[in-house]
Ligand binder design. Structure first.
Ligand SMILES: *Cc1c(COP(=O)(O)O)cnc(C)c1O
Length: 354
């Protein structure tokens, strides 16, 4: 039986996507060849790559605005240093909202000065800092739109004239924002776009070419753009499966349609967390993520019982990250509302029986 998969990543994908991807492993579109054995230079794969790149730009509403989409490797973690390599000359401003942004800061510091404009480390990152100043003399401002581990999400992005770089790994394609506000967006596929193995990078071309350093080829956005995201062998299966998922999203009505579903799922879990006296939310209410809901049991002695009930209900992947503890329900695009309903029922049942 299919489990209710709340895993923080790699994530649940739609059943149709799993089916079509598995068919393509045996035979890609009746070609007599597997997606895993065709040349990445073959017309069939070139089409797949081009469609995936175009569809990413289209779904983000960035068509005709000077952006390029790349499907790279090395995860979002490589983008911490790669984005800095391409954009950081003297100084950059970073917002520190938890583990992933802390790591991004550490990497950028290897190249130049980093000004941490605000941090929520004083409260174990349970909120998004607001009312901070972004200096003018910077190469770019970097932020993390959704903090997967802590369950916080930036709802309003700050005003700045500087280019903006954003790690959107865990909420890309989940909500409608003005994506043209950003100059570089990066996202490891395995949170909300596809399987592990590829990273989507969306770059506004005009911000490139301004640093004086000699960038290693594999880290140079311009080189990847010049080769249509095929400078070296791309992760063909991860790109193909991501494409299937982007097609699924488009068919559903795009980001606008999925945002409504995501908001409904989030409402369902958060109202249970707030109404059920046995549970307490971790994140500051106005900053709560629609993707990752973090919460804990007020009375830890109920843990064993609750865990057992979850298991019996087929609920998978709700353990919190070790730096927060408690529970985390990740509700990415493909997670059905019924799964959230099942979790809420179990929380309810615990209250009735406790
Ligand atoms: C998971 C995650 C990362 C790291 O992604 P990798 O692809 O494993 O390198 C970075 N940022 C955020 C926000 C994440 O959720």
């Amino acid at each position: 039986m299919k489990k209710h998969n709340f895993s923080a990543g790699p994530c649940i994908l739609p059943k149709e996507v799993f089916l079509k991807a598995s068919e393509a492993v045996m035979d890609l579109d009746n070609s007599g060849l597997s997606i895993l054995e065709i040349s990445h230079r073959s017309p069939a794969f070139v089409d797949i790559m081009n469609e995936a790149r175009d569809l990413a730009i289209e779904l983000l509403g960035l068509k005709g605005q000077g952006y390029q989409a790349l499907f790279l490797q090395g995860g979002a973690s490589l983008q911490f240093i790669m984005s800095a390599y391409n954009l950081l000359e003297n100084k950059a401003a970073y917002l520190d909202t938890g583990s992933w942004s802390t790591k991004a800061i550490k990497e950028a510091r290897k190249l130049a000065e980093v000004d941490v404009v605000a941090s929520s480390s004083d409260k174990n990152f349970n909120y998004i800092p607001k009312d901070y100043n972004i200096p003018k003399d910077i190469d770019y401002f970097h932020c993390t739109s959704n903090n997967t581990i802590f369950g916080t999400q930036i709802k309003e992005f700050p005003d700045t004239d500087a280019p903006v770089v954003c790690d959107m790994s865990s909420d890309i394609f989940s909500r409608q924002i003005d994506f043209s506000y950003f100059d570089v967006i990066y996202a490891g596929a395995q949170k909300n776009m596809g399987p592990a193995g590829t990273t989507l990078v969306v770059v506004k071309e005009e911000v490139l070419g301004k640093v004086s350093r000699d960038i290693p080829s594999m880290l140079d956005y311009k080189i990847h753009i010049g080769k249509d995201s095929m400078f070296n062998t791309p992760p063909v299966f991860a790109v193909y499966t991501s494409l299937l998922n982007l097609r699924w999203l488009k068919e559903k009505g795009g980001i606008e349609a999925i945002q409504k579903e995501n908001e409904n799922k989030a409402k369902l879990i958060y109202s249970e967390i707030d109404i059920n006296p046995l549970f307490k939310g971790f994140a500051n209410k106005p900053d709560r993520s629609t993707m990752n809901a973090t919460f804990y049991l007020v009375d830890d002695s109920l843990k064993e019982r609750f865990d057992k009930m979850c298991k019996e209900a087929g609920i998978n992947g709700v353990n919190g990250h070790r730096s927060v503890g408690g529970y985390r329900a990740s509700m990415y695009n493909a997670l059905p509302k019924e799964s959230v309903g099942t979790l809420v029922e179990v929380m309810d049942e615990l209250e009735r029986k406790a």
